[in-house]
Design a protein around this ligand. Structure first.
Ligand SMILES: Cc1cc2nc3c(=O)[nH]c(=O)nc-3n(C[C@H](O)[C@H](O)[C@H](O)COP(=O)(O)OP(=O)(O)OC[C@H]3O[C@@H](n4cnc5c(N)ncnc54)[C@H](O)[C@@H]3O)c2cc1C
Ligand code: SF4
Length: 334
């Protein structure tokens, strides 16, 4: 690991000032469960880190509101996953956290850090022997001709096909969540769906935060579709692993048992959190049966563009969406 300056701050204002003072090569440090890993691998080589883990304004969360749930970016994944109202009224949000990483990691890792974790593409993490436009712009993409089992079916470009790996953002995008940020130019909000970028020809730019901006909170509108929600995740092993495919579904049923409100997103298969409107449209107005759930899964993956070794994810994803639809439907209050 290379030497770096370390600053610990107690307030949001101090964090913004410290980041601005340290310049563009500085990084915010929350739980450190990803950043320190990448620094040890010398994939990230910040000149300075600004440690926000003692900033009280980031740490809390409130799931009791009538109009929205509010999550501080510094809230620990484990604490939020265990929250009683979230487990009862928004199971997909709770499950997306329960199924992410290990208990030890969740005890340390924060929601904001989870949103901004970087890809697990092995060529990105493998370092200099491998060409990687995301790590070193203009160097090429080893995954295009290499092992692409874990790579994207949606949102890739000739410059990068790396999957966005986080579970929490995939669930949030199915709830129309918003992100609050604070930076040198003040505070603003943006939809979670606009936080992450597709790679295009600049895969090194992964999100739409301005330099020096900090995520302060995530807000989720209160919706009855929370009750009828589910997050399913298929992975190579059950103990802990990133998603091969995941599906977040949130829906309500009308008085005749037909799907009314409906949002579906898939993870582990796209370059950013990926909502699938075609699947929502296929399901809306129908009762939930084996056939309609399967049709939603097929619609979700109809536009998939697999490479050489990841075509198996099309059928796996279709079934995962179908299973999540049935589970969400069984939980929904008509
Ligand atoms: C073995 C292992 C398995 C894992 N499995 C999963 C999994 O299955 N699913 C999953 O979703 N995740 C998984 N993770 C990732 C894990 O959830 C993340 O490491 C964690 O959520 C990051 O949070 P952190 O607080 O430690 O972030 P840090 O490591 O401190 O920061 C991560 C990045 O976010 C930035 N950042 C942090 N907070 C903010 C903020 N408030 N505003 C702006 N930028 C910020 C940092 O500058 C840094 O670039 C796994 C990690 C490991 C090591
Ligand atoms: S897929 Fe993206 S992250 Fe992976 S090697 Fe190619 S450019 Fe790098």
């Amino acid at each position: 690991m290379r030497p770096f300056a370390y600053t610990k701050v107690e307030t949001l204002a101090e964090a913004v000032n410290a980041l601005a003072a340290a310049g563009p090569q500085a990084r915010l440090l929350a739980g450190g469960t990803t950043l320190y890993d990448l620094m040890k691998l010398e994939i990230e080589t910040p000149s300075a880190v600004v440690d926000v883990h003692r900033v009280a304004d980031l740490a809390g969360f409130d799931t009791s509101g009538d109009t929205e749930l509010v999550f501080g970016a510094g809230a620990r994944m484990a604490d939020v996953a265990e929250d009683g109202r979230l487990r009862r009224d928004y199971p997909a949000l709770s499950e997306s956290l329960w199924r992410a990483a290990s208990q030890q990691l969740r005890n340390m890792a924060t929601l904001g850090g989870n949103l901004l974790q970087r890809t697990r593409c092995p060529y990105f993490r493998g370092g200099e022997p491998f060409a990687c436009n995301k790590r070193r712009p203009g160097s090429g993409c080893a995954a295009q001709e290499g092992l692409d089992r874990s790579h994207a079916l949606f949102g890739g470009s000739e410059h990068c096909i790396a999957v966005y790996p986080g579970d929490w953002a995939t669930a949030l995008v199915a709830f129309d969540a918003e992100v609050d940020v604070l930076g040198p130019s003040g505070a603003r909000s943006l939809p979670l769906s606009q936080l992450h970028r597709e790679p295009g020809d600049t895969p090194q730019h992964e999100h739409n935060l301005e330099p020096g901006e900090i995520i302060t909170a995530v807000r989720v509108p209160v919706t009855p579709a929370g009750r009828g929600s589910a997050y399913l995740k298929i992975r190579d092993r059950e103990s802990y692993a990133f998603a091969l495919v995941s599906a977040a579904v949130a829906l309500t049923l009308d008085g005749d048992g037909r799907v009314d409100e409906c949002r579906i997103a898939v993870g582990g298969v796209a370059t950013r959190p990926w909502r699938v409107p075609a699947a929502e449209q296929a399901l809306r107005g129908n009762t939930i049966t084996e056939a309609s759930a399967r049709a939603a899964g097929e619609a979700a993956f109809a536009d998939a563009r697999p490479g050489r070794a990841n075509a198996f994810k099309v059928e796996l994803g279709t079934r995962t969406v179908a299973d999540a639809v049935r589970l969400a439907g069984s939980r929904a209050v008509a």
